[in-house]
Write a protein that binds this ligand. Structure first.
Ligand code: DGT
Length: 230
């Protein structure tokens, strides 16, 4: 997520003059992002924004997420255009607390999901180029910067098991290969950092464990995540 910061207005300040902070929780489908956000929402005075997935499932009566899973070559560009809009809405929404935690970001929508559609041959080059131009324009002209990425690192096999268990109807047709491809892109982007520029620190948390152990992990990492910004 490289960006030209020189022309960007500073992030708004809180009443006591502190800079506002955005932390994004990233990870594969069913990696446990919601559980992580729930934990921090319950135990701290920060604001939490979950992924706008409900909107993607009901665009004036159309289930865009479902359409994309049924026929990604046809509906990929439509979903990604809408995801980009809803993510931009989240990034630019006025902050009411000094720290905001957000599920995924406009950056993963583009760097992971659009990239995957394109690489797998399910998005034509021209759709990819138009989305890329939009994305670059947004980064240059609107502050969508992130202060910290928390990457919940899972194995695709565990995500597949969790996905089957939670039984979201649109996701029934997701094959293991899709989770593997998303996993590889996340690793390239956030761990190897060979895919796109990462312009903020990344904290990697192993997230294959059960709920109890994950809660302990969030407790252990709590200061590392929040203290620099408190
Ligand atoms: P969690 O708590 O880690 O299990 O995550 P969820 O279930 O709250 O959210 P997640 O990551 O599974 O995303 C919801 C659905 O939306 C899932 O089927 C993946 C899909 N999705 C999210 N962002 C994008 C995107 O930018 N493009 C595409 N094609 N699908 C996306």
């Amino acid at each position: 997520c490289s960006r030209d910061v020189s022309c960007m207005p500073d992030k708004p300040l809180t009443n006591d003059g502190k800079k506002k902070t955005l932390i994004c929780i990233e990870g594969n489908i069913a990696s446990g992002k919601t559980t992580c956000l729930d934990y921090f929402a319950k135990t701290t005075n920060i604001e939490v924004l979950t992924e706008p997935v409900a909107k993607w499932r009901n665009v004036h009566g159309h289930n865009l997420l479902g359409l994309m899973y049924q026929d990604s070559s046809r509906w990929g560009i439509t979903l990604q255009t809408y995801v980009q809009l809803t993510m931009l809405d989240h990034h630019t929404r006025p902050m009411i607390s000094p720290i905001r935690m957000m599920e995924r970001s406009i950056h993963s929508a583009k760097n992971i999901f659009v990239e995957n559609l394109y690489r797998s041959g399910r998005m034509p080059e021209v759709d990819y180029l138009v989305l890329t131009e939009w994305f670059e324009w947004i980064k240059k002209n609107i502050d969508v910067s992130v202060d910290l990425i928390v990457y919940l690192q899972t194995s695709p096999e565990i995500c597949y098991e969790r996905l089957k268990r939670r039984c979201r109807k649109e996701e029934k047709i997701i094959p293991m290969e899709y989770l593997q491809a998303i996993h590889e892109l996340y690793e390239e982007w956030l761990v190897k950092q060979t895919l796109f520029n990462v312009s903020c620190p990344v904290l990697v948390i192993e997230a294959d464990h059960d709920l109890q152990k994950m809660t302990e992990k969030y407790e252990e990492n709590r200061d590392r995540i929040l203290t620099p910004y408190s």
